[in-house]
Every structure is written in C-alpha cells, then in structure tokens.
Design a protein around this ligand. Structure first.
Ligand SMILES: [Fe+2]
Ligand SMILES: [Fe+2]
Length: 194
C-alpha cells in the first residue's frame, strides 16, 4: 500500500472528517499519537545521553500533542481521557505494532527510537499536508501548519544520522503494513454511531 495513492488518502481523510464530531475525534487521535511519540523519546533515550537535540525533539512532540488537543477542546471536544476516543484503540495498535516490531528487529536498542521516528515522520509528511487541505476548522489549521514546519525539521534530523539503509527500509515496510491495517479500521470507526 506504500504511502497511499493521493486518491486513497483523500478518500480516507474524507471519511475521518465526515462530520465535525468525527473530525474532532480524528484531531484527538493525532494528539494522542503525538504524545506517544513524545513518550517514545523520553523512554528510549537514556538519561545520560539526552542532548539539546533530544530535548528539542521531545518538547516539540509534546507541544504538537498539546496544540492538537487544545484546538479540539476549543471546538467542542469534551475534556476526557484518550482512552475514550473513538479512534484511540486503533491508534494504539498502530503505534505499538511499530514500536514493538522495530524493537524486535534491531539488535542495537539505540536504533529503535530513530527508526520509529523515520517511519512515523514519513507518514506524517504525507498525511498532514493532505489533511491541512481539508480541514475547515481554523484552530486546527493553525495548529497543523505550525506542526508541519517542525515535522519537516524532524525528518531532516534523522536523514543526517546515516541509519542503516536496510533497517530504514524494513521500518518503512512495517509501518506501511500497520497503516494499511489502521485505515479500514478507522474508516469503520468513523462511520459507527459514536
Ligand atoms: Fe509531531
Ligand atoms: Fe516529529
């Protein structure tokens, strides 16, 4: 399925933004995934190896989670646990599948965080611009525009690290498989009565 053909991505985003209520659920899921990305960094990098770059990356991912949840709540999402989100469990399965799959595949645990990051950034850089073209919620637009500037910088961060090419390709393939599982689940959840 690779990164989704533009038509497939458009049709997926049409479904998850089918109504204002469902779109706020979608924005809350993006917030949840950004937060999980933040937690991944915090857990993966040992205390004595935290650099300025690590702190910047972690703080930006935490801020992405904040900006998205703040925009969703401002537009009517009730304050609540992510556990109660419509797409929450499907989102967890996607991220945990990626994290655990990469962890199991690499011998050096220090490679897990950069490989999860390159796989997720590739998805984000395809998904967020397409979503930005669709959303009609001004607060969400502002949040996603700001986030995208930082995501592009994150993608460059890992391009510079000279990660083993075969491990990067394997991480991309795993992510594509998990995304291909997530998409139909999310479409079904978007259409369910809430
Ligand atoms: Fe992010
Ligand atoms: Fe990022």
């Amino acid at each position: 399925m690779s990164l989704l053909a533009p038509e497939a991505l458009a049709s997926f985003l049409d479904r998850v933004t089918a109504s204002a209520e469902v779109e706020l659920e979608w924005v809350d899921l993006l917030s949840q995934l950004e937060y999980v990305g933040f937690r991944k960094i915090a857990k993966a990098v040992p205390y004595d190896r935290v650099s300025l770059e690590t702190l910047r990356h972690a703080s930006e991912e935490a801020s992405h989670a904040y900006l998205l949840k703040a925009a969703a709540e401002k537009n009517g999402l009730p304050p609540r646990s992510w556990r109660e989100g419509r797409f929450s469990a499907a989102g967890w399965r996607y991220f945990q599948g990626l994290d655990r799959g990469i962890e199991a595949a690499v011998a050096d645990p220090a490679l897990c965080y950069p490989l999860v990051s390159v796989a997720v950034e590739r998805r984000v850089l395809a998904l967020y611009p397409a979503y930005l073209e669709r959303t009609r919620i001004p607060d969400v637009r502002r949040a996603v525009e700001r986030i995208l500037v930082e995501e592009r910088a994150h993608a460059r961060l890992f391009e510079d690290r000279a990660l083993p090419a075969d491990a990067v390709t394997a991480a991309w393939r795993l992510e594509e498989r998990l995304w291909a599982e997530f998409v139909p689940e999310a479409v079904a959840l978007a259409a369910s009565p809430g």
